[in-house]
Ligand binder design. Structure first.
Ligand code: DQA
Length: 148
């Protein structure tokens, strides 16, 4: 147990392949690299982070509900392609009182038309995209700034 405010960092489909997946778009950092960087940053900010990845939509819904039940300070969510399709994730964000910070490595608005709709953005507190792995670090700073 920790009494530090909790930030859950939830990652969706194909983000387990970071590092080898289309590195010209997503960069060379792996999910483990990003997690290590966030753990270090969180320690400096006095936050606890719980970082997870799943290829399954229902896991993300369950974890959003868990963030609500645990009274997390914030969720940082990169829902991958589910961003553009999942009303279930949209509804899960709406169902909890925890602010959700949408994150993307790439800038979906500068890419394919089908990436221009985000069901996450419609329910999220805000969005950070286009800065590669640094998007996650910017999001963790934003989460820390939510402390009263
Ligand atoms: C992504 C952008 C999505 O459009 C894509 O489906 C991903 C990754 C990003 O981090 O840039 O899987 O969420």
């Amino acid at each position: 147990m920790t009494d530090q405010p909790l930030v859950m960092v939830l990652n969706g489909p194909n983000l387990n392949l970071l590092g080898s997946r289309e590195p010209q778009i997503y960069g060379h950092a792996t999910m483990d690299d990003i997690a290590a960087s966030l753990e270090e940053q969180a320690a400096g900010l006095g936050l606890a982070v719980d970082i997870r990845q799943s290829n399954h939509e229902g896991h993300l819904v369950d974890w959003l509900q868990e963030a609500g039940a645990r009274g997390a300070l914030a969720v940082i969510l990169n829902a991958g392609a589910l961003t553009h399709t999942s009303i279930a994730i949209h509804d899960a964000i709406k169902a909890i009182s925890v602010p959700v910070i949408e994150v993307h490595l790439s800038n979906p608005h500068a890419r394919d038309e089908f990436r221009h709709t985000s069901f996450v953005a419609r329910a999220a507190k805000g969005t950070i995209s286009g800065f590669g792995a640094a998007s996650y670090r910017l999001a963790l700073d934003a989460a820390g700034a939510l402390r009263q």
